[in-house]
Design a protein around this ligand. Structure first.
Ligand SMILES: NC(=O)c1ccc[n+]([C@@H]2O[C@H](COP(=O)([O-])OP(=O)(O)OC[C@H]3O[C@@H](n4cnc5c(N)ncnc54)[C@H](OP(=O)(O)O)[C@@H]3O)[C@@H](O)[C@H]2O)c1
Length: 347
């Protein structure tokens, strides 16, 4: 009975039921036995919201049914015949839950709708997990203060490196040492394009190849002009280096002006051109530069790689897939386990 009370304390409000939201739901289904047996977790999604409406059940939504309804009807609002009258902010405020999962699209202009969701969750005392870079890149310093003020846990592993635990590696595994600087490849799309250019395609051809393979959006500016990498750099600088910075603090250059001639000149020097995000002497920069092909961050395709320079332990590099539905959902799940462990430790 006591156990049950603790398990009941993991009620989730899921906002955004696209690639990541649905991948997470599939993970919760496929790993439910492990989650219970290994971590003692029995999560319940008590509200699920997409752009067209919501489904709510205080005892937990049936996850198979939720996925099927989304697939067949296009919205979770059709989960029940009775329409949910509340909007997303009202649902966050009025639904009893421990964690809000914010998985709506990234908006680097005004951070909405994610920013309002996060603020509402914090004000109503709910812990937060997000994979949405928008609010963090524009307002992370004040969001961290607000989270602290409201005594809630705020985690965002999936915003940097997809499923690769870049933020946790720096934050937890390097404890006791001091990170002097870091640099790396934080955007898989541009790395794919530059890797394709190595094979002889020009920028336009490589971009079109990336679009055909689903690695680049129809409007690729977010990636090729460096915004996505800059947003991740801002998150890392705040979370890992304790800096209080936003997008406007990043010197940013994209890859659209890189020519085959530049690629070949680098090749002759046993280098490759990579879009590198760096935090050195507290200066934040995203720009294409030549990297020695033997440098561990010189990875190809859609991989991400970050090299940390430490005061005592020297240089260390972490490499992994930078995006993907199930990969990023695994980062959200990791955050969930950490938050739940912290909740239990406080009881
Ligand atoms: N995909 C990746 O590999 C990846 C990796 C790392 C981080 N991320 C980030 O994770 C977040 C989610 O990505 P995703 O790939 O799952 O995006 P997605 O497939 O576009 O899904 C976004 C979801 O948000 C919903 N939505 C949009 N506006 C909303 C609103 N105002 N209120 C409630 N729901 C709303 C959409 O509703 P509808 O279904 O009705 O359209 C959709 O369900 C994004 O911020 C993305 O940048 C993604």
């Amino acid at each position: 009975m006591e156990d049950d009370i603790i398990y009941r304390k993991l009620r989730l409000i899921l906002i955004g039921f696209g690639v990541i939201g649905q991948s997470l739901t599939k993970l919760l289904l496929s790993k439910s036995a492990d989650l219970y047996n290994i971590y003692g977790i029995k999560p319940r999604i008590v509200a699920c919201i997409d752009n067209k409406g919501a489904a709510i059940s205080s005892s937990g939504l049936d996850l198979e049914r939720l996925l099927n309804i989304k697939k067949s009807k296009g919205t979770v609002a059709r989960y029940s015949d009775k329409k949910v009258a509340m909007n997303s902010l009202e649902i966050i405020e009025n639904t009893e839950a421990e964690i809000v999962l914010e998985l709506t699209p990234t908006n680097l202009e005004n951070a909405e709708p994610g920013l309002s969701h996060l603020i509402s969750a914090m004000r109503s005392g709910k812990h937060i997990i997000t994979a949405n870079k928008g609010p963090l890149s524009l307002a992370l310093p004040s969001l961290l203060e607000l989270a602290d003020y409201n005594g809630i846990m705020f985690r965002f592993s999936g915003t940097v490196g997809g499923g690769t635990p870049i933020l946790e590696y720096a934050k937890h595994c390097l404890k006791g040492d001091r990170i002097i600087s870091f640099r790396g490849i934080l955007n898989g799309t541009t790395n794919y394009i530059l890797s394709k250019m190595e094979t002889g395609l020009d920028f336009k051809q490589a971009l079109s190849d990336a679009q055909k393979n689903g690695y680049a959006e129809a409007k690729p500016s977010l990636d090729v002009d460096g915004y996505d990498a800059a947003a991740k750099l801002v998150i890392m600088a705040n979370w890992i280096m304790g800096m209080k910075v936003t997008m406007k603090n990043v010197n940013m250059f994209g890859i659209s002006k890189i020519t085959l001639d530049d690629i070949n000149k680098a090749k002759n020097k046993k280098c490759a051109i990579k879009l590198i995000a760096s935090c050195e002497n507290k200066v934040l920069e995203v720009k294409p530069i030549e990297i020695d092909i033997n440098d561990p961050i010189c990875v190809d395709g859609t991989l991400n790689a970050v090299k940390f320079t430490l005061e005592h332990a020297g240089e260390q590099t972490i490499i992994g897939k930078g995006a993907g539905g199930i990969e990023t959902a695994s980062a959200v799940l990791r955050d969930m386990i950490e938050i739940r462990d912290n909740i239990i430790n406080k009881i």
